[in-house]
Design a protein around this ligand. Structure first.
Ligand SMILES: Cc1ncc(C[n+]2csc(CCOP(=O)(O)OP(=O)(O)O)c2C)c(N)n1
Ligand SMILES: [Mg+2]
Length: 332
């Protein structure tokens, strides 16, 4: 892996990252509790462990840039400012949800924040993101598209066709998309080693003429450095760029994956030593920018926001039956 420079970041900015990561982890931990209490139905996949990736990429992007991801999709809109109550209500299937309770955990969508979903079909959003990136240039803007996906998605057919087109359109400067591979080592219970002929996933983009690099996905400073470079490059040139973030998920694949027979507890423990939140916390503490008191306050503020979101979701009504017939067809 290429060593990245660690620029001196303004401590106020690093503190904001810290608060953001605490916020999204607290939200995710609450969703797991709500799922176990039967309040959230269907599927639930949380982002715990991977926080540095989305936080750094969103920090490096502009608010008018757009993004797509798979089904670990709660943090993206939350960090772009979507109302946490509306996101929680969506998971609860309530009418006040950001998609009126019809999407659920895997299909969050908030176009007002540039968030184009939230997809349950593995790799299915990659062609959409490539098309959207093309549209951004076609409309003469300098906005870019961020497309997050997992290591498993790279072995789907839906990966190769759009990546080829992105590389091709990139020759003309008409595809400003940044592909963010979140390599958390597993696709459900299957490890990268057991499923990928080439395990340096970034290098696969060489075949499509797309510049690429790997980064330590647990170190937010490193991710932010690479993210800034990749996004600036895509914006400036209109060409795609790929970043493989080496990360890890601390929870099971989904809420039903309790026993995790495909990995050793010691492996999870050793990755927890590199928890992205604790790593940033350690650095901020060592530099004198964070005290025990401040940590407790930040956690309490996140707890309050999430508690409010739960109260709102619980108090909200179910969608009425007529809602089954709305939002089915787009108005031409
Ligand atoms: C087209 C398709 N095939 C299979 C599945 C079943 N499936 C759900 S999650 C998953 C693994 C995806 O792993 P990865 O892309 O690494 O994402 P992660 O869960 O690690 O974030 C699979 C195969 C699916 N949802 N869609
Ligand atoms: Mg994975």
């Amino acid at each position: 892996m290429k060593q990245v420079e660690k620029p001196q970041i303004d401590p106020q900015v690093a503190l904001r990252w810290y608060k953001d990561m605490i916020y999204i982890r607290t939200f995710e931990e609450q969703t797991e509790r709500s799922f176990r209490r039967g309040k959230i139905g269907g599927y639930l996949h949380v982002y715990t462990g991977q926080e540095a990736v989305v936080t750094a990429f969103l920090e490096a992007s502009r608010p008018d840039d757009i993004m797509f991801t798979g089904y670990r999709d709660h943090p993206h809109p939350l960090l772009r400012g979507s109302d946490p109550g509306a996101i929680m209500a969506e998971l609860y299937g309530k009418v006040t949800g950001v998609c009126k309770g019809k999407g659920g955990s895997m299909h969050i969508f908030d176009v007002s924040r540039g968030f184009y979903g939230g997809y349950g079909v593995i790799g299915g959003h990659i062609p959409l993101a490539v098309g959207a990136a093309y549209a951004l240039r076609y409309q003469n803007t300098d906005r870019v598209c961020l497309c997050f996906f997992g290591d498993g998605a790279m072995n789907s057919g839906a990966f190769h066709e759009p990546i080829n087109m992105a590389g091709l359109w990139g020759h003309d400067g008409t595809c400003p998309v940044v592909f963010i591979i979140e390599n958390n080592l597993y696709a459900m219970g299957t490890s990268v080693k057991r499923s990928s002929a080439v395990t340096n996933l970034a290098s696969r983009f060489d075949q499509y003429a797309i510049p690429n690099e790997q980064v330590d996905g647990m170190d937010i400073f490193a991710v932010h450095g690479v993210a800034s470079r990749a996004i600036d490059e895509a914006r400036r040139t209109g060409r795609p760029y790929a970043v493989e973030a080496l990360t890890y998920r601390f929870s099971g694949h989904g809420a039903a994956d309790l026993f995790q027979p495909y990995r050793e507890k010691t492996e999870v423990e050793s990755w927890r030593q590199r928890d992205p939140i604790r790593m940033l916390e350690g650095r901020l503490r060592a530099d004198g920018h964070l005290t025990d008191g401040a940590i407790a306050e930040i956690q309490a503020a996140a707890d309050r926001m999430v508690e409010e979101a739960v109260k709102f979701a619980e108090a909200s009504p179910e969608p009425p039956a007529e809602e089954l017939y709305t939002d089915i067809y787009a108005d031409a």
